[in-house]
Design a protein around this ligand. Structure first.
Ligand code: PMP
Length: 390
């Protein structure tokens, strides 16, 4: 599924009357609009024209200090030189792809994986390879002379699967990175949106505990304020070994000089005054929606449909047994007033035909129930590949 196909898809999905589980974007009701307005006023008064000026490429020093303290809370001892402020974590992914991939290099990705990451990396022409799992356990020798450019994972409440890597998977991944001499990109924009259960340590934290210092670590952590405050200000960060950050700063300089300073300062003010409150609000909101979707799936889906049970985040991954094609069914689904993203969009090789990503982030619980009912009826009709509708 190409980018243009997805753009076309999103247009249809926005049609009136369609309940969309496709978006996967934050609930705008959670945006702290008044606080953002107050923060812009405060920043313009306190910092004046300097807030509107070009700025340093690595990021505002005070925001970097906040991120250093935040990473310490995640068990990651680091210094400002380990941080680069980016325009959203998406830019961080693109920079890492630009810096690390030479055409033909292997890039190890989960199947399914975040579509935006595939888009960020593909311009640099990697050869995608499935991240080895316990079942497909692969040794260092299979990559020949050249180590893979990196292994990319979304360890918590993954987009699109909703799944969280367990302790054994994390241990295996870090061991693989060590054996292959490759980097792990830990993309973690959803980690704060945990509804239940214990948060596992960040891969970067575990790796530092093993290697003794972040500057010896094989993990680059991509963080974001998008899912906590608003994606509209486009502020995220990379936390990694200082020599890697130094090279990434040069990429940032070449790309856009700096992330908008005023937005960095506004995010800093929000982070200093509102972070815990906003995280609690987002968790409570998405938890109710997740529960509504899980309850509706259990009540309405036919036998042969299976889905994940996320402990946080915004996504449920649904698979249907047998000869089922989620992409082929989409036009009928939109006509029936419900939309999703077909699973094949999240696979580099077109796999995932029988799967779909459902996001519960936007609709309210009652609408979620109606949408799941519509979807379940259609899946029942399409199960086994038979399109029995008149
Ligand atoms: N990584 C993942 C897994 C995402 O789902 C998203 C946004 N959907 C991003 C990165 C990018 O987020 P942002 O650039 O807004 O920080």
């Amino acid at each position: 599924m190409g980018a243009s196909e997805i753009r076309e898809l999103l247009k249809v999905i926005e049609a009136p009357g369609v309940i969309s589980f496709a978006g996967g974007i934050p609930d705008p009701a959670l945006f702290p609009q008044a606080a953002v307005a107050e923060a812009y006023r405060h920043v313009l008064t306190a910092t004046g024209p300097a807030a509107l000026q070009y700025s340093v490429s690595d990021g505002d020093p005070e925001l970097k200090s906040w991120v250093v303290r935040h990473m310490a809370r995640l068990g990651v001892p680091c210094e400002p030189e380990n941080i680069l402020i980016t325009s959203g974590s998406q830019q961080g992914l693109e920079f890492l792809g630009r810096l690390l991939i030479s055409p033909g290099d292997a890039a190890l990705v989960a199947a399914p994986t975040y579509l935006g990451a595939l888009q960020a990396f593909s311009a640099y022409e990697p050869r995608y390879d499935a991240l080895p799992t316990a079942e497909t356990n692969r040794t260092a020798t299979s990559y020949g002379e050249r180590a893979p450019a990196f292994a990319y994972v979304v360890p918590e409440f993954a987009n699109p699967s909703g799944e969280t890597m367990d302790a054994a998977q994390r241990r295996d991944l870090l061991a693989l990175a060590r054996d292959l001499g490759t980097l792990v990109i830990e993309d973690s924009p959803y980690a704060e949106l945990r509804f239940e259960g214990e948060a596992p340590p960040a891969l970067l934290a575990t790796d530092i505990a093993e290697t003794g210092h972040i500057d010896r670590s094989r993990v680059a952590y991509c963080g974001s304020f998008s899912k906590i405050f608003t994606p509209g200000l486009r502020v995220g960060w990379i936390c990694a070994r200082a020599d890697l950050i130094e090279r990434l700063v040069l990429v940032k300089q070449a790309s856009d000089l700096n992330a908008p300073r005023i937005n960095q300062l506004v995010i800093l003010r929000l982070a200093e005054t509102l972070y815990a409150e906003q995280v609690a609000k987002a968790r409570a909101t998405y938890r109710v929606k997740r529960d509504a979707m899980l309850a509706a799936l259990a009540a309405h889906m036919p036998a042969g449909a299976r889905w994940t049970r996320p402990e946080g985040g915004m996504f449920i991954w649904l698979e249907v047994d047998g000869d089922f094609d989620a992409k082929a069914m989409l036009p009928d689904a939109v006509e029936a007033g419900v939309a999703y993203v077909p699973g094949s969009a999240f696979h580099h090789d077109g796999a995932g035909r029988n799967a779909m990503r459902l996001s519960y982030s936007l609709p309210d619980p009652a609408t979620i129930e109606t949408g799941v009912k519509r979807l379940a009826a259609l899946i029942s009709e399409n199960i086994g590949g038979g399109r029995v509708r008149a």
